[in-house]
Design a protein around this ligand. Structure first.
Ligand SMILES: C[S@@+](CC[C@H](N)C(=O)[O-])C[C@H]1O[C@@H](n2cnc3c(N)ncnc32)[C@H](O)[C@@H]1O
Length: 272
């Protein structure tokens, strides 16, 4: 099969599972051949080596496996992270959380923070690269994110700034911390997610309880109890009212919610 024929075949196979079947057929062939996408256009009549391996990649994608798990990496902010099953694929909306946290770190000259739920390392690594003097203690309750984030931390050479620790929320963090950032699991247990998410991404990274906001509220309590001054979290688009009501019951100095680029409520920053 030539490159042109392989792409035509793959596009048809991916029609049902992908929004951009032609584009993904090309990206997966470029990944398979370890070449740039432009090479496919300039070598349309060349035979595809080991076509069976390419066909297997296409079948995985046709079965809704996320592209990032197939190629083993995900682009986020200004970095590319290793991801495996068992680790959440970082989402573009989480880049907004980083920008909100970065403003506080800069304005308040913050030096020591914690992240709850490090996953691939996306948030902590980007913040460490932005602020070379920042020290971060990052926790996760699951082993795969703890291992994969360590690999990503090493490949971006920020080991001296980020300590990764197995912990339920920040229970195992006793050092003085000025700010906590978290993109915790916040989806309600019975929320009907699409197959590419629910069948492949780790449940521990997605579901936050029967209502979805239980872990968020626990994080608020824990951060307040440890006398940490700032907390910034991502949340679900429908959780603003319940989080606002919860925070208004306790003593806070400042609260601001932010929206994502589509205008949906997406997170909050609170000063205790
Ligand atoms: C939504 S993912 C976020 C991952 C990464 N920070 C990101 O933004 O891409 C949530 C992460 O929190 C971890 N997690 C879930 N419950 C936790 C808990 N009780 N304590 C610490 N981490 C937890 C999950 O294993 C997962 O890695």
């Amino acid at each position: 099969m030539t490159i042109l024929q392989a792409i035509k075949w793959a596009k048809i196979e991916l029609n049902k599972s992908c929004e951009r079947p032609l584009f993904e057929a090309q990206l997966l062939l470029a990944y398979h051949l370890d070449c740039e996408r432009i090479y496919l256009h300039t070598h349309e009549n060349k035979a595809v080596e080991n076509i069976q391996a390419y066909q297997k990649l296409i079948q995985r994608r046709a079965n809704h496996e996320p592209f990032e798990y197939i190629v083993g990496k995900a682009d986020f902010y200004d970095i590319s992270l290793k991801v495996t099953s068992g680790v959440l694929i970082p989402r573009p909306e989480t880049e907004l959380l980083i920008d909100h946290v970065a403003k506080i770190i800069e304005q308040k000259n913050i030096k020591q923070i914690a992240e709850i739920g490090i996953g691939s390392g996306a948030i902590s690594i980007v913040l460490a690269r932005k602020f070379p003097h920042l020290q971060i203690i990052a926790t996760d309750i699951c082993d795969t994110p703890l291992e994969v984030s360590q690999e990503n931390i090493k490949s971006y050479r920020v080991e001296s700034q980020i300590v990764v620790r197995k912990s339920n929320l920040i229970n195992a963090v006793s050092e003085p911390i000025e700010l906590v950032v978290s993109n915790p699991p916040y989806i309600a247990n019975d929320f009907p997610l699409e197959s590419n998410v629910v069948d492949y991404e780790p449940r521990e990274a997605l579901f936050g309880g029967n209502r979805g906001d239980e872990l968020l509220k626990q994080i608020i309590d824990d951060v307040k109890a440890k006398n940490i001054r700032y907390l910034a979290c991502e949340m679900g688009y429908d959780q603003k009212d319940s989080i606002e009501a919860y925070l208004n019951q306790i003593e806070i100095k400042y609260l601001r919610f932010y929206t994502d680029l589509a205008g949906f409520d997406r997170g909050f920053v609170v000063e205790f």
